[in-house]
Design a protein around this ligand. Structure first.
Ligand SMILES: [Zn+2]
Length: 742
């Protein structure tokens, strides 16, 4: 009732024109009256329940309850922007709740605030898109005024948990496998008083000696006590973002959102336009990190990824890729590799870099590919293979053929994130990045990407390199102009990187354009698969997970690097999306050979070597391994729960990953023996089983005869895998023994 009266008063005062005036007009005691009247909301999934409150001038998240009734209480209100720039003048804004515009349903809670001068509307939105898993949060600012506004940084999510208790809190986060996975990769740290951490992510992770590596933008905090319960929060965005976590006494605060560290972030809000913060998600879990991960991975599949992709029973595919021969690929080699791929039981031929006339000139080199690419794709299709193609469609070069993206073309020059000198030359497959945030650049890239997919009959499009800008020197793009006092330019990994106060805003616009191109590709070419490579493991995040189908998770392809990158990323992303490239590796014995293959077969597998050089025995072993993947491993990789049942791989000791599918009552343990000469056997303790049931263990290579073991024993004492050779492996298939069967 009281709310209604306030609403009436607000409309009488003409909120639409004077929210700044509102406070002056209200009687002195109206502030306290308004404070006692507020809206509440609640969202719940099977895993988390969150309560919200909208105060007259700001909303806040009140509490989060997770499995087992553990409740986290938040102590801070949302920090809505206090000022905006209007006509070049910093203008204070005063937000007033518009209760009549609120939504408080089961799947969405949205509190709406308005400011009269300048006329802005802010929507504080929470959504539960799936029955289980986390809920999502976004702040949208609509510019209802007729003039351009500049907004300051608005965080995606800010929380300050109070009374968090004194002991047992752990913080967990995962690095990107960019370039080469680091020695550590996954981080689990106690959250003691004074704990302070910042994790960062961008469109292109560049590991720099002595600096923290980029993270996959998500954090987990949980209690190490019995139920191992806690919360996690992440960001669905590929641009420059950061997550911070600070503990002070009983308070644990965290902030997620765009990264404003480089300087005074500001972003343009066009007249009648909208600004959206990157979506954050917030969930609660029990059962430790894999308990949280199994919930999260399922939610990502349900809420973020493309359902058409998962409807394809062949996803994730097993692939033959031409990069084993580097830039030397030509039609004859491609045709040979395709028939070899068919013979081995692979499912796609992926033509990597080396096929084009030049960087930015994405037409086949007619000397290497006299019949063109559509012909090659049709040949692949005739063999029952799919056809995928490498393109770095935001890179400009110096070719002057019609349609080529040429750095000296005045139009293209305006799009480059940084100009180049008259003698500049691209590298073999790396050029100068255009800023997709510039509308004309976006339109060019979209048209070119659609043309490539259509003209070349593609089933898969891989984008590589530094595709999406995260810094720009231009002052006539939609992003904030550069500031020469903060701007730095470095050349690294074959690309120019610009950083400065406007970098985050550059990445904000470029990422939105990139997403729109990926969405258009999906719309115009349903069923097309999109690989996110970006020089391997550099744009692995939840925004790209929503706009692509799989990630190259590292740029180093030996068995250890593949297992490390998979071990790390599989904590937070569906394993089907995690691609390992398998490169040539010394494998003197058949066991070494299988170890090499299996190290890249826990998720999406792409072979990047010349299979025609294999011995007949290796061919037979590979054919069997791929048949096993298609028949038994892939269903588990798609659907099963995943458990990290060892320490992170170090290449010396043993390591393993367990899949267990409670629906099929089947699973598999990937067991790897490192180089250790001392340890011919290793005990693995399994997870996720029913202690009261019995399980049949089948050792694929026959290293041990079939066993039947009680679930309780498998989980408590474990069972031993014996392998004679260092650098070897075993697949142990698990199946629940049904009552009445032997
Ligand atoms: Zn730009």
């Amino acid at each position: 009732m009281r709310l209604l009266r306030i609403t009436e008063r607000v409309s009488r005062l003409g909120l639409g024109s004077a929210c700044g005036v509102l406070a002056l007009c209200l009687p002195c005691d109206s502030q306290s009256m308004a404070r006692s009247s507020s809206l509440t909301g609640r969202l719940a999934t099977n895993d988390v329940r969150i309560e919200f409150k909208a105060e007259p001038h700001t909303p806040w998240l009140v509490s989060l309850a997770g499995p087992g009734g553990v409740v986290w209480r938040n102590g801070i209100e949302e920090a809505l922007p206090a000022n905006v720039e209007s006509n070049g003048v910093l203008t204070p804004v005063r937000w007033v709740l518009r209760p009549e515009l609120a939504t408080t349903g089961h799947q969405r809670v949205e509190f709406v605030y308005e400011c009269a001068q300048p006329h802005l509307r802010l929507r504080w939105r929470w959504e539960a898109r799936s029955e289980a898993g986390p809920v999502e949060h976004q702040i949208v600012v609509d510019n209802l005024s007729g003039e351009e506004i500049w907004l300051p940084l608005i965080d995606s999510l800010r929380l300050d948990w109070r009374r968090v208790g004194s002991s047992g809190l752990r913080h967990f986060y995962v690095e990107k496998g960019a370039d080469t996975p680091s020695e550590q990769g996954t981080h689990l740290q106690p959250v003691n008083d004074g704990y302070r951490w910042v994790g960062r992510s961008s469109t292109y992770a560049r590991p720099i000696q002595g600096e923290p590596r980029e993270i996959i933008p998500i954090e987990f905090v949980y209690s190490d006590l019995a139920s191992q319960s806690g919360w996690y929060a992440g960001i669905e965005f590929s641009g420059r973002t950061r997550i911070s976590l600070d503990r002070k006494g009983d308070s644990l605060s965290t902030t997620l959102g765009l990264n404003g560290e480089a300087g005074a972030f500001r972003t343009r809000l066009e007249a009648h336009g909208s600004f959206k913060t990157p979506i954050a998600f917030l969930g609660a879990f029990s059962g430790g990190l894999d308990g949280g991960g199994n919930q999260l991975r399922k939610w990502i599949r349900a809420a973020l990824t493309n359902p058409l992709t998962w409807n394809d029973p062949h996803y994730p595919l097993i692939v033959s890729n031409s990069w084993g021969s580097g830039m030397q690929v030509d039609e004859a080699l491609a045709l040979r590799m395709m028939s070899a791929a068919k013979e081995l039981g692979l499912e796609m031929f992926h033509l990597d870099a080396g096929w084009f006339r030049g960087v930015g000139d994405w037409y086949p080199d007619s000397l290497k590919f006299p019949h063109g690419l559509a012909y090659l794709a049709d040949q692949a299709h005739g063999l029952g293979l799919r056809f995928g193609l490498w393109v770095d469609w935001s890179q400009a070069g110096i070719d002057s053929n019609p349609g080529a993206l040429n750095v000296h073309d005045p139009r293209v020059r305006d799009w480059l994130l940084k100009g180049v000198g008259p003698d500049w030359k691209p590298e073999e497959f790396k050029g100068q990045t255009i800023d997709l945030g510039a509308p004309a650049a976006r339109d060019y890239a979209a048209e070119e990407a659609m043309r490539i997919v259509g003209d070349y009959h593609l089933d898969m499009l891989e984008h590589d390199g530094y595709l999406v800008a995260q810094g720009c020197t231009k002052n006539d793009h939609p992003h904030a102009a550069p500031d020469s006092s903060t701007q730095r330019i470095v050349h690294d990994s074959g690309f120019d990187f610009v950083s400065g106060a406007n970098s985050t805003d550059v990445s904000y616009h470029a990422v939105e354009s990139y997403y729109s191109i990926q969405e258009q590709l999906r719309k115009e070419h349903p069923g097309l698969l999109l690989e996110i490579c970006n020089d391997g493991g550099r744009m692995v995040d939840f925004g790209s997970a929503a706009h692509g189908d799989y990630f190259s998770i590292t740029d180093t392809y030996d068995p250890l690097s593949n297992r490390r990158a998979f071990y790390d990323a599989s904590y937070v992303l569906p394993p089907a999306m995690l691609e390992s490239y398998i490169e040539k590796w010394p494998a003197p014995t058949l066991d070494n050979f299988k170890y090499m293959l299996r190290s890249g077969m826990m998720g999406w597998m792409t072979l990047m070597l010349d299979t025609t050089a294999w011995t007949p025995e290796q061919h037979d072993a590979a054919r069997r391994a791929f048949a096993l993947y298609r028949g038994k491993l892939r269903p588990l990789i798609r659907d099963a729960q995943l458990y990290h049942v060892s320490e992170r791989p170090d290449g010396v000791r043993w390591d393993g990953i367990e899949y267990w599918d409670p629906v099929r009552s089947k699973g598999v343990l990937f067991a790897f023996r490192g180089s250790t000469a001392e340890e011919p056997a290793h005990v693995f303790r399994l997870r996720g089983l029913d202690p009261r049931r019995r399980y049949r263990l089948h050792f694929e290579d026959g290293s041990t005869p079939e066993l039947e073991v009680a679930g309780a024993k498998l989980m408590a004492a474990g069972f031993a895998v014996n392998l004679q050779e260092p650098l070897s492996s075993e697949l142990v298939f698990l199946e629940e023994v049904q009552a009445g069967t032997k």
